[in-house]
Design a protein around this ligand. Structure first.
Ligand SMILES: NC(=O)c1ccc[n+]([C@@H]2O[C@H](COP(=O)([O-])OP(=O)(O)OC[C@H]3O[C@@H](n4cnc5c(N)ncnc54)[C@H](OP(=O)(O)O)[C@@H]3O)[C@@H](O)[C@H]2O)c1
Length: 256
């Protein structure tokens, strides 16, 4: 303390600090009522941004709205239905970003899958995200960021070949869209196993052996958390030098 000036930082020039207020932005998350989508929405409202979250189930939408608070708005959407996507984005302007983990598909081995099952990942997850981005285009701010969702099966298949190929296709889509849609940025989040509701909603007799085998494969010895994946998605939304990239949030799972 400087006895003469009463200033704690004696000998330094003291300037007034001007608090710089960040303008709140609006982000859309399709699949924002659970798991990684809800995790990202939570991060966004915590820092003062607004989120528009979508999903199919109205009770889950309302529960997420209660959890996220007044910065969140909810709208019903089915990513497989282009009319529903149009309704979801209607009236939105200057969206700063979009994250699209919302999808439901079936998987089976190459030999066992009937046509409906084999084609389901592409129908739901690939074309769902393709048309979600297409529908959102007029609603984006000039420098908006898009984060697509794939999965580490793209590079480390564990069976379910149509699902693995679908994830690889989504990673290719992110690269191609980054080229065509500039200055929008388009990246892809490719998680390894994540302990989300996708797994928690399955019977423990199915989930636990799978998690145990993943723990032996991941270099971290852990199944990833929703928070890990949400942080990775937030990084892709925020970092202005990330474009056309796929980020593997997988504890090194893809390396073994
Ligand atoms: N968890 C993992 O281990 C893991 C690993 C790699 C990749 N992934 C990918 O991550 C995504 C799933 O995320 P998550 O694990 O966080 O799942 P989650 O907890 O089950 O959440 C899925 C969210 O998507 C919504 N949704 C489902 N189908 C939808 C549709 N047709 N249209 C719009 N919204 C829909 C769900 O709400 P409603 O059901 O109410 O619509 C929910 O909000 C999938 O693309 C999956 O392939 C997951």
């Amino acid at each position: 303390m400087n006895a003469k000036t009463g200033c704690r930082f004696s000998g330094r020039k003291v300037t007034n600090t001007i608090a710089v207020m960040r303008t709140a932005k609006t982000y859309a998350v399709i699949g924002g009522t659970s798991g990684m989508g809800l995790g990202l929405a939570q991060r966004l409202v915590e820092r003062g941004d607004r989120v528009l979250i979508g999903g199919r189930n109205s009770e889950r939408l309302e529960a997420a709205a209660r959890q996220l608070g007044p910065l969140a708005s909810i709208r019903s959407v089915d990513i497989e239905d282009r009319a529903s996507l149009a309704g979801f984005f209607a009236g939105e302007e200057d969206l700063a970003g979009l994250f699209t983990p919302g999808t439901t598909y079936r998987t089976a081995s190459f030999r066992d899958a009937d046509a409906q099952t084999a084609e389901s990942p592409f129908r739901a997850k690939f074309w769902g995200q393709y048309w979600a981005v297409h529908t959102a285009l007029p609603h984006f701010a000039k420098n908006a960021a898009i984060v697509l969702m794939s999965g580490a099966a793209s590079v480390r298949p564990i069976g379910n070949p149509a699902y693995s190929a679908c994830n690889a296709a989504i990673e290719g889509l992110a690269r191609a869209l980054a080229v065509e849609l500039k200055p929008l940025r388009v990246n892809c989040l490719s998680p390894g196993p994540i302990d989300s509701n996708l797994w928690r909603n399955r019977d423990a007799s199915i989930r636990e052996p799978v998690f145990e085998s993943w723990r032996t494969i991941a270099l971290t010895g852990e199944v990833g958390t929703v928070e890990d994946a949400a942080d990775a998605a937030l990084f892709l939304l925020d970092n202005g030098n990330m474009n056309g990239s796929t980020l593997y949030s997988d504890g090194g799972y893809t390396l073994r």
